[in-house]
Write a protein that binds this ligand. Structure first.
Ligand SMILES: C[S@@+](CC[C@H](N)C(=O)[O-])C[C@H]1O[C@@H](n2cnc3c(N)ncnc32)[C@H](O)[C@@H]1O
Length: 292
């Protein structure tokens, strides 16, 4: 869908372990250039090693993708052929206790993918007022029982600060009157609250919206942008943004409906079940014509 040709300049906004980037590098070849971005220095280091093995020039930068325009400016690049963002976290980050992303491992309640961010999940959980916390869990976690959870968090934190994932799981279990370790419900009772906190801590939706604003300003005519999202909040933002840009004549949308993984892929890689891919192509009229 990105139609990367030899010699192309491609940005992978979410380098991760360079699974996508190494394939993009193969397509772009020795005359191409891959710009890779990630906020996690650990993933960047692993990706850097993998990229060395391919034959394509690359520049890897530790940066949030909402700074894409500035990063390209710094590198002296004024237009790119393709942009990819594969949102969220990588599997190794979920299982890495340091991030505190998983409700299955007891670890510090942190969740910052970028350790330069000021607030950890624990900071939010212990500082926000009850209504603010309930709204956050409802809005970003789509959790119907957010008020009960927020109320119990605020009650429990009066006795002791909530600083580990295990403590938070216990508190959620108490709020919902379920044993968090029993496997009765389809999804773990802490799933939605953990999702909400992760989105808030990393300002995931804000960064995505800023990336979508920047993308058409750095894409060459005919250049493509592909976004893989993993929940409906993200997918809704991508869908609405692409639609609005199509109306403004900035994009042709190449995916009427999002592309999803086929049965074989879902079986082999269960995390692909919730993935949705949307792709748009910058129309051939220069952007200034629309913005003047
Ligand atoms: C789903 S993984 C990407 C996996 C990658 N496509 C691969 O093939 O290995 C998402 C990666 O994006 C990074 N990330 C998440 N949000 C980011 C942001 N706003 N800016 C830059 N990197 C981000 C995470 O640290 C993680 O390494």
């Amino acid at each position: 869908m990105l139609a990367v040709e030899p010699g192309a300049c491609v940005v992978d906004c979410t380098l991760g372990l360079a699974g996508h980037a190494t394939m993009l590098a193969k397509a772009a070849g020795p005359d191409g250039l891959i710009v890779g971005m990630d906020v996690d220095p650990n993933n960047l280091a692993i990706a850097s090693q993998r990229m060395e093995e391919g034959g394509c020039p690359h520049r890897l930068v530790r940066s949030n993708f909402d700074q894409l325009d500035l990063v390209l400016k710094d590198l002296g690049i004024d237009g790119v052929d393709a942009i990819l963002a594969d949102l969220g976290v990588s599997s190794n980050q979920i299982s890495e206790p340091r991030f505190g992303l998983s409700f299955q491992v007891d670890a510090p309640l942190d969740m910052r993918l970028d350790d330069r961010l000021a607030d950890s999940a624990s900071d939010l959980v212990n500082r926000l007022g009850e209504t603010e916390l309930a709204n956050l869990i409802y809005e970003f976690g789509q959790e119907r029982l957010s008020r009960r959870i927020a109320k119990t968090i605020c009650r429990e934190r009066r006795t002791s600060r909530i600083v580990t994932t295990g403590q938070l799981v216990e508190v959620i279990g108490r709020a919902l009157r379920v044993n968090p370790n029993s496997r009765r419900s389809k999804i773990h009772p802490a799933t939605r609250t953990f999702q909400a906190l992760r989105i808030a801590v990393n300002d995931e939706l804000g960064a995505l919206m800023r990336l979508l604003e920047i993308a058409p300003t750095v894409l060459k005519e005919g250049g493509r942008v592909a976004i893989i999202s993993f929940h409906s909040l993200e997918d809704g933002i991508v869908k609405r943004s692409f639609r609005a840009s199509r109306t403004d004549g900035i994009y042709d949308v190449l995916t009427k409906k999002p592309l999803v993984a086929g049965q074989d892929e879902r079986r082999a890689n269960p995390r692909s079940r919730s993935a949705k891919l949307r792709v748009a192509m910058r129309t051939v009229r220069p952007l200034e014509e629309y913005t003047q």
